[in-house]
Design a protein around this ligand. Structure first.
Ligand code: ARG
Length: 485
């Protein structure tokens, strides 16, 4: 049965039409939202007298029955159920009888599907936020236990200056905290009910969009019915937030791949979060990190795809808009799994802080400290940079240790040599937000407060995160002891 048999007569729809235009295979995922939307709609109809109390009762119990069937997996879809809205209305009518014909009063699938999608997106973003917060908590826990361990910080992937391991881990944490901020902002903007916009122009019936908006837990109703049914900004925004979150996980993933390689050797993965090779018996691979990196391609693709679909659409509803669903569903699914896997990997990995310290032991990593030491003695920075650069070049060309050249230089000498000792340079990063122990201690506190605030924004209490068994309580990592100096 189609929803438009009056105009079309009883003829059958072509197979090609059904298989090309149908969306049930993916939009059945909106079933809980469609039930919620219909329930609020029925209550709204009863409230303004468009259905009687008995009729509303019959519709609501039919909805409850259908909901139960959906939850239990006993709901039988028919071949010509074009989408979840059609299927649910058909089933309600089968259960409730003639009164089912009143369900769609004052409503269109256009405002219905927009409402369902907003309900879904609100919930999905909260789920993602929960998983992000758990990852933040794990990064915080690992940063706290990292103590004074340090490693080379890199620019251009060349060793640059030493930084505390905690500082490096929290750098990823702050990016995630901005993701939470974006998810919260997107959720706030999408918290508007389109129900009551009808097909495009509202209704001649006395329905009350404000009341149903409130009933559905939305912050407000739409302002313009044309906009209400054709706006998918919220899906595009959500896809952007998810794509950027994906890019952050990808950068983290890339570092895990590097750090767990023999060339770096900074990190050892727990066996349960690593993979082997079918041919090479010695291999241990960071597939989780690689996939977190690789999945980002499709997340960015989903955003680009939807924006392209939206571009050039005339007002108001067009069937093109059905293309909003699969990218969003997929982005949510992929990211949830990525987040869980990366979180577990980081919670269980071991940091080899001795390898990190060794990699940061080249005295040349203190070159900036030497130059700044000269600045404190009154030398203009450009001259100091030139002087130290000359010593580094000399040391490389004549194969003389930098320490010796510094000791022998009239402007430098023994006090300056002390700066080159392993582990000293990092302690000299004292400015706010810097990579040394003082500012990092303050940063740890600020980040803990940020995670707490992130959790509160999504109605979670910190430490509860996504309810991971691993959670913030990462198992003690054997290699996390401070480097021996
Ligand atoms: N399955 C459709 C979608 O996802 C529902 C709305 C259909 N509306 C219409 N006028 N054909 O967009």
């Amino acid at each position: 049965m189609t929803l438009w048999q009056g105009r079309f007569g009883g003829g059958k729809q072509s197979e090609e039409l059904l298989s090309f235009t149908g969306s049930l295979s993916f939009d059945r995922r909106l079933a809980p939202d469609d039930v919620a939307c219909s329930r609020a709609h029925v209550l709204g109809l009863e409230r303004v007298g468009l259905v009687s109390r008995e009729e509303s009762g019959a519709l609501l119990s039919a909805l409850a029955k259908a909901e139960e069937e959906l939850a239990e997996g006993t709901f039988v879809f028919e071949p010509d159920d074009e989408d979840i809205h059609t299927a649910l209305e058909r089933r309600v009518t089968e259960i409730a009888g003639e009164v089912g014909a009143r369900l769609h009063t004052g409503r269109s699938r256009n405002d219905q599907v927009a409402t369902d999608m907003r309900l879904f997106t609100k919930r999905a973003l909260a789920q993602i936020a929960k998983a992000v917060i758990t990852l933040e908590e794990v990064l915080l826990a690992r940063a706290e236990e990292a103590g004074d361990a340090y490693l080379p910080g890199y620019t251009h992937l060349q060793r640059a200056q030493p930084v505390l391991l905690a500082h490096h881990l929290l750098a990823h944490g702050w990016a995630l905290s901005r993701d939470i901020d974006r998810l919260a902002a997107t959720r706030r903007r999408l918290d508007v009910s389109p129900l009551g916009a009808g097909a495009l122009a509202g209704s001649s019936l006395p329905i009350d969009p404000d009341w149903v908006a409130h009933e559905l837990g939305f912050g407000a109703r739409f302002e313009n019915s044309l906009d209400a049914v054709s706006d998918r900004d919220f899906v595009a925004e959500a896809l952007f937030d998810l794509a950027l979150l994906g890019a952050h996980l990808s950068r983290l993933g890339e570092e895990i791949v590097l750090w767990s390689s023999a060339e770096f050797g900074f990190m050892h993965l727990a066996d349960s979060y690593a993979t082997g090779s079918s041919m090479m018996p010695q291999k241990k691979n960071a597939d989780i990190a690689e996939l977190a990196r690789g999945k980002t391609g499709r997340l960015v693709g989903h955003l680009a795809g939807l924006l392209t679909t939206l571009k050039g659409l005339p007002l108001a509803y067009n069937r093109d808009l059905q293309e909003d669903k699969e990218p969003l569903f997929d982005a949510v699914d992929q990211l949830e799994r990525s987040l869980d896997a990366i979180t577990g990997l980081i919670a269980t990995a071991t940091f080899d802080t001795e390898a990190m310290a060794l990699a940061a032991s080249d005295p040349a990593l203190s070159a900036t400290d030497l130059a700044e030491w000269l600045v404190l003695k009154g030398m203009p920075f450009r001259r100091a940079h030139e002087l130290v650069g000359g010593l580094v070049r000399d040391s490389l060309e004549r194969h003389v240790p930098l320490t010796e050249l510094v000791a022998a230089h009239p402007s430098l000498g023994a006090d300056a040599v002390a700066l080159l000792e392993a582990g000293v340079a990092v302690t000299r990063r004292t400015t706010p937000g810097g990579a040394g122990p003082g500012p990092v201690a303050a940063q740890l506190e600020r980040f803990a407060a940020a995670v707490q605030a992130d959790a509160e924004r999504f109605g979670l209490h910190a430490g509860a995160g996504a309810g991971h068994s691993r959670g913030a309580a990462a198992p003690p990592a054997p290699g996390t002891s401070a480097p021996s100096r």
